[in-house]
Write a protein that binds this ligand. Sequence first.
Ligand code: XUL
Ligand code: CO
Length: 435
Amino acid sequence: MFDYNGKKIVFEGKDSKNPFAFHYYDPERVVAGRKMKDHLKFAMSYWHTINASGTDMFGGDTADKNFGEPYGMERYMKKADFAFDFMQKLGIEYYCFHDVDVAPEGKNLEESVRNLEVITDYFAKKQKETGIKLLWSTANMFSDKKFMAGAATSPNADVFAVAAGKVKAAIDAAIKLGATNYVFWGGREGYDTLLNTNMGLEVDNLARLLTMARDYGRAHGFKGDFLIEPKPKEPTKHQYDFDVATCVNFLRKYDLLKDFRMNIEANHATLAMHTFQHEIRVARINGVFGSIDANQGDMLLGWDTDQFPTNIYDTTLAMYEILKEGGFKNGGLNFDAKTRRQSNTYEDMLLAYIAGMDSFALGLIKADELIRDGRFDKFVEDRYASYKDGIGKRIVEGKENLESLAAYGAKLENIKVDSGRQEYLEALLNDILFR
Ligand code: XUL
Ligand code: CO
């Protein structure tokens, strides 16, 4: 049953018992006016798929991702070949990487950048051959020990300088490979204790690096979106890019709202005690929705488990928000997810992607049904009807003030607020999901 025949994974429908087939993801099927593949814009994360090998705090690798090469550029070339083959097997049209995922690090910035250039030349060739595109690149500024106290927010200015050099090289890669986004995830841009931290300077410095990146990118022809990926904690106790609302305030303060949007990750949302849907909604109402890092956490664990998404309630409500947004523009749906330590075979990697892709495909189908059904939208519309005319309309139009409202409200008695009908709506969601 788990013998994979090496062929491309195709859609077989929900009655198929073949685990190496899509049961819901039918790339060419049109849903809500677009092909599924264009709605979903699935991307492969290089770091998990090509590099992660099962190591955890208590034990080493359970999967071999060395591709028979002991070290060096040869290994990274093999990784690249594997990556493009893997994406083609699944029909995934986009990928994402950190600089250090794709090329070996040299003894200094200059050497590392040279290695990155060699590999990205190779990627350019592979992209041309396969039609696969780069969704985003980023610089890893959290793994090396020099980043132990942050990159842009490090107390050491030499670290800031090297971080800037890495960002420059990773933006160059984005431009060379035609990426539509450049991502900042501030792995160690935060603090472990305020006792040793100048928070004001650190946050100003973070804005300085982002501003330099924006200026460099725009001056060199990068037309895509710069994205911030919010996360509240881990690896630091407190990360400055805590959640979408915090990031929007940061962008507004430093006048970066025009160029930056959000890359929203499901498991980061839940670490911030929000739902995935909440974070997408906050981004939407603030005009900063950009892209998605698709995964899910384990609600009984307090850390980022980066599991493949299989929860259809979450994928449906996420796709509902994305459809309401009008779909992805520059963004896409990157599986920032890895197979469990015990799921350590090549087949598991395929099965994990199939599970994630099918879960979002079903989420898309259900979100479209939910919108076409119309009862949710109508309920919310009706719930706020008091703002459509009369006093509510005048409040919304800015025609009232505290004194006029005090006079209006002075004699009101027995004000009745309608039921919120939460249980009815939850049951209605079930009806749509399970019909
Ligand atoms: C870490 C995380 C990163 C970013 C890119 O939690 O999500 O992999 O997506 O740096
Ligand atoms: Co992520």
